[in-house]
Ligand binder design. Sequence first.
Ligand code: SAM
Length: 200
Amino acid sequence: MRHFYVKSTKGKTCGDFNLNDTAGGAGRLDIIARSVNSAFWLSHSLRTDVNFHTILFGEPNPPIYIEIVGEKVRKVQPDERNITIFLKKAIERFNEARFTQTTPGIYSGRRTFNEMLEKHKDCDFYLLSEDGDDISEVEISDNAFFILGDKEDLTPREIEVVEGYGAKKISIGKTPYLTSHCIGFLNVYLDMVSEKKSVY
Ligand SMILES: C[S@@+](CC[C@H](N)C(=O)[O-])C[C@H]1O[C@@H](n2cnc3c(N)ncnc32)[C@H](O)[C@@H]1O
């Protein structure tokens, strides 16, 4: 299983934003929508071995945690607007009292960053950072949980917390890339590594 977490520093936590303004009024939910696309979509299908996680830290009701389960997700199309419609439903149908399936395979609830890590403590955590160890020199486990920033990196406190969970800092180069491009690269890179493993 592959997990991707993208922090949404300013992602709006009520659904009153305009779908034509996801980079503005929605607090850069466009980054999350593109990341979801990169996490799941193949040419004619979805990756069923991927789960995607985000926590929205924008106003007025943070934090809202959203999880998308590749094996269960249905009806979502790969374009940014359609993905954002489903994110909006996850925000609008958020229930303070319980973790809720808001559409097939998409869930929202009140969960902090620490609670999300604790829930997935059996995974091997990798923090994506330009100054981490070169990915080609790190063995990536089959139960990897990748952690990425959005337009901002994680805070020093968040980094301390993930390191407490044994996270390895890994880099795909010194150039700062878009979050969604990093996820696309990780998926293709890991596919190549596993294909080589089975060939040789
Ligand atoms: C747009 S970057 C964040 C800001 C970026 N650090 C900068 O200075 O412009 C989004 C996230 O992608 C990941 N990232 C970007 N480039 C990377 C690289 N070369 N290696 C590893 N992770 C990277 C990091 O997790 C980062 O927080």
